[in-house]
Write a protein that binds this ligand. Structure first.
Ligand SMILES: NC(=O)c1ccc[n+]([C@@H]2O[C@H](COP(=O)([O-])OP(=O)(O)OC[C@H]3O[C@@H](n4cnc5c(N)ncnc54)[C@H](OP(=O)(O)O)[C@@H]3O)[C@@H](O)[C@H]2O)c1
Length: 402
């Protein structure tokens, strides 16, 4: 039987891109060769109807207010993709309902507090033989695959003592044009301190890095983004890449003393970010919050196809050994963040749907990071003249070191 997949938040900017990508990859309802039956879900019936007619897909009008209704609605699906953000408002309700309805859950959140809250569902998912993947978009799928590939390669070549890695650092550029939904999410984001992972050598029973928080503005470092961007100063930010890298390092039995995530910002952006953090208790009062949301409402819904084509994305990975010598300095250039997100979430969902029950039982059930469902080896082994494997199509990997 063709598996049924619900894409929730399909009427949003990212939801529509995912719907189009999934329809292209899986075939639409009219196609006899479809590999999954995609159903579009949203709370706004008018918008949903319009999109379903355009893509010739079935629709499901669903609000998340009533848990029983949501569980009942999800019970006919094998997998739900959540693209409805800010995820602080949707992820917990949808993920819990999905597990109750015996349905796999995948989302594209980049919100660290959401990741921490959902993380607790991993055990329930494991018991119920279900898969939960949080952050299957550009944040944090691309960096997670890089970290996983780099750690495997360093271990294989014997270039690193896995019980003593000095640092894993991930850096991304600021998006030139972001969607209205990303802007709304970023309003919540500035009030958070920056999560970093630190390992204490004083406690041999706890060798793996644990999550700590540092104030915004405390971490600054320069990274070489290559090309026209060149070397830029970047500030530590609250993105879930730090959490997926922590899990991936642990899965690969690598003890990293520090794991940090940075975003390139110019001097004005860095000081605005720090001022916004200082003012965040005030900015989160109902009136200023409403005002900043109204400002976000004025933004275009997201970058145009031409802007997306122009604004490609980059993920940098630096790994240092225990003597702080750089052993990995890699640059992954991907298509625009929103296009890559659509591809990576579709690839993650497809991997889950294609897994056999034995495979799910043996290695996939429970909480998984994107790298456990995307093939890091295929990315690393692709030669420069080959087409990169999906979802890294149109991407390129530059290895400056390692
Ligand atoms: N991980 C990544 O790399 C990545 C990439 C892209 C986007 N994102 C994240 O994805 C999220 C969505 O971005 P977007 O650009 O698609 O935003 P958007 O255009 O504003 O779309 C948001 C969607 O979520 C729905 N929604 C919001 N709150 C809801 C609620 N309480 N209940 C039910 N539905 C709700 C909206 O429905 P209505 O129209 O009814 O409000 C809409 O369909 C953002 O948080 C963004 O940061 C992450």
């Amino acid at each position: 039987m063709t598996p049924r997949v619900l894409l929730y938040g399909a009427t949003g900017y990212s939801g529509r891109l995912i719907a189009e990508e999934a329809a292209r990859r899986w075939g639409n309802m009219a196609s006899p060769t479809r590999s999954a039956q995609l159903v579009l879900g949203a709370r706004n019936a008018t918008e949903l109807g319009r999109l379903c007619r355009k893509l010739k897909l079935e629709g499901l009008e669903l609000a998340l207010d009533n848990r029983t209704t949501v569980v009942r609605a999800l019970s006919g699906f094998q997998l739900v993709i959540n693209a409805a953000g800010p995820f602080a408002l949707t992820a917990e309700r949808l993920a819990k309902s999905a597990l109750d309805a015996r349905c796999h859950y995948v989302d594209i959140t980049g919100e660290t507090d959401v990741y921490r809250r959902l993380d607790d569902l991993g055990f329930i998912a494991y018991q119920r033989r279900l898969v939960v993947v949080c952050g299957a978009g550009e944040v944090s799928a691309a960096s997670d695959v890089l970290v996983d590939g780099a750690l495997q390669e360093l271990k294989r070549k014997g270039n690193l003592n896995p019980s003593e890695v000095g640092a894993i650092r991930i850096a991304v550029p600021r998006l030139e044009a972001q969607s209205r939904g990303s802007a709304r999410t970023a309003i919540r984001w500035v009030r958070e301190q920056v999560p970093v992972a630190r390992a204490s050598s004083a406690d041999p029973k706890q060798p793996y890095a644990r999550l700590q928080h540092v104030p915004i503005g405390q971490l600054e470092r320069s990274f070489d983004f290559g090309g026209k961007k060149g070397r830029c100063i970047a500030s530590g930010v609250a993105l879930i890449d730090v959490m997926s890298a922590m899990r991936t390092a642990r899965r690969r039995e690598v003890v990293a003393r520090t794991i940090e995530v940075y975003m390139a910002m110019n001097a004005v952006e860095r000081s605005s970010y720090q001022w916004a953090a200082i003012a965040s208790p005030w900015l989160n009062l109902p009136l200023p919050l409403r005002w900043s949301e109204m400002l976000a409402d004025q933004l275009p819904e997201g970058p145009s196809p031409r802007e997306r084509e122009r604004d490609r994305h980059t993920v940098l990975l630096e790994i240092e050994d225990a003597r702080l010598q750089t052993v990995i300095d890699w640059q992954l250039d991907t298509p625009n963040c929103y296009d890559f997100t659509a591809r990576s979430v579709v690839a993650v969902a497809k991997r889950i749907l294609c897994a056999t029950a034995d495979e799910i039982d043996a290695s996939l059930r429970g909480w998984r990071t994107p790298a456990e469902l995307l093939d890091a080896q295929a990315l690393l082994e692709a030669s420069p003249n080959d087409e990169m494997p999906y979802p890294f199509t149109d991407s390129s990997l530059t290895r400056r070191k390692g």
